[in-house]
Design a protein. Structure first.
Length: 413
């Protein structure tokens, strides 16, 4: 009789706990809540003691002044005189004297209370000013780590991923936040480094075979004895290869421009726009599109090549997506409200407002998606938006009345 197999043993338990170690007395941890509680509780206690002491001294002074001798008896006929109650000297009998004396005591008591109230209000005002100033200083000291975290985050926003907070001090919520932020920056830096390395490798691996194909096709097309059908096929393959090269260049540029620009130099948008207009002038003349517009000086800090790509893509799209007759493209640059502005307007088909956002998506065109076209590869506006964001700017597209679009790109000066 076969023996019953023994049940599998459970895996051994790990000897370490991946969770954070717990302190023996977690309520003794110097957290921000405990520190603020002790700080403001102590401030309230000190302010109360000071206010109580001041009121005690003022009350003692008021009682001393209010309980002083209000009158004195002079003369052999017991004539009563008083500097604070002069009407006592006019008393003719005992009842009138007692009435005047009671009235004087009430007046002295009210005067002492009024004086105590006014001095207490002045003391309270002084203590309030001191408390606000001390509280402001203490709040700044307690919240100074947040300022350090904010400055580091602002530096990281400028693509300086090597910055770290490295916050010192007690093991409280702010230090835990800073350490978590440092860990996140470390992972982001590794991810961006891997992305840059991948983009560099992909750039070489993708460009090389396309360049070889283009060279081979050009060599075969240069043969005068090649059949007409082969030449036609070679031209078709060469156009397809050129389109693939444009697609690869666009994808690589889009991947690079998603990051902030670290090295910035002064660039005049007027010169960038003029260069773009010159490059598209021949294509515009072939399509019967008139290029016009005034380019005023608008200097921004950025990368000249990428900024020229913005203007070139916008002008090319404006020329290619235009009307068959009497079309025009207007390119202007200027500085408005403290921002450098590049505006490209054109005639063209009517664009519904709900399709504007789709135009900035990769491989999207008006009423088409991932379709073949001789007008481009569908990355132009995506590249424009990514490059604009990398320079701290943004692009806005608006339908033009009568057809066409108005593309407005703004950059900080």
């Amino acid at each position: 009789m076969a023996s019953t197999p023994a049940p599998p043993q459970a895996p051994p338990k790990p000897t370490w706990d991946p969770r954070s170690p717990q302190l023996p007395f977690p309520w003794l941890r110097p957290t921000i809540r405990i520190r603020l509680t002790l700080l403001y509780g102590g401030m309230f206690l000190i302010a109360g003691i000071m206010l109580l002491s001041i009121i005690y001294l003022l009350a003692a002074q008021a009682l001393h002044e209010g309980s002083g001798q209000a009158f004195k008896v002079t003369g052999s006929d017991l004539h009563v005189t008083s500097s604070t109650c002069p009407q006592l000297g006019a008393a003719t009998n005992q009842d009138q004297f007692n009435a005047f004396l009671k009235q004087c005591d009430d007046i002295q008591r009210q005067h002492a209370l009024d004086d105590l109230l006014s001095r207490s209000l002045l003391a309270l005002l002084g203590l309030a000013i001191i408390a606000f100033a001390f509280g402001y200083a203490m709040a700044g000291r307690v919240l100074s780590p947040l300022g350090r975290i904010t400055r580091t985050a602002r530096a990281v926003a400028g693509s300086d991923l090597s910055r770290r907070i490295e916050l010192d001090g007690p093991d409280d919520e702010l230090k835990e936040l800073a350490d978590t932020f440092d860990d996140m920056l470390e992972r982001l830096q590794r991810a961006f480094t891997a992305q840059q390395r991948f983009v560099g490798n992909a750039s070489h691996e993708l460009r090389t075979p396309l360049a070889i194909n283009r060279t081979l096709l050009e060599v075969h097309l240069s043969d005068p004895g090649a059949p007409v059908e082969l030449q036609q096929l070679g031209k078709t393959l060469l156009a397809t290869n050129e389109r693939s090269e444009q697609l690869v260049e666009g994808l690589l540029l889009l991947a690079r421009s998603d990051n902030q620009i670290v090295e910035r130099k002064p660039v005049d948008l007027a010169e960038v726009a003029e260069q773009a207009v010159d490059q598209v002038h021949a294509e515009a003349a072939a399509k019967g599109v008139v290029l016009r517009g005034e380019q005023k000086t608008a200097v921004v800090q950025g990368n000249g090549v990428l900024l020229e790509r913005i203007a070139l893509n916008l002008v090319q799209n404006a020329v290619r997506y235009n009307v068959p007759e009497d079309g025009w493209v207007e390119v202007t640059t200027d500085v408005r409200h403290g921002q450098a502005v590049l505006v490209v307007s054109n005639t063209g088909p009517v664009v519904p407002a709900y399709e504007i956002d789709n135009l900035f998506e990769p491989f999207r065109r008006l009423r088409t998606e991932r379709t073949g076209s001789d007008k481009g590869v569908g990355l132009g506006l995506s590249i424009v938006r990514s490059v604009a964001r990398a320079h701290g700017g943004h692009i806005v597209a608006e339908p033009r009345e009568g057809g066409g679009l108005v593309m407005r790109v703004t950059f900080p000066v």
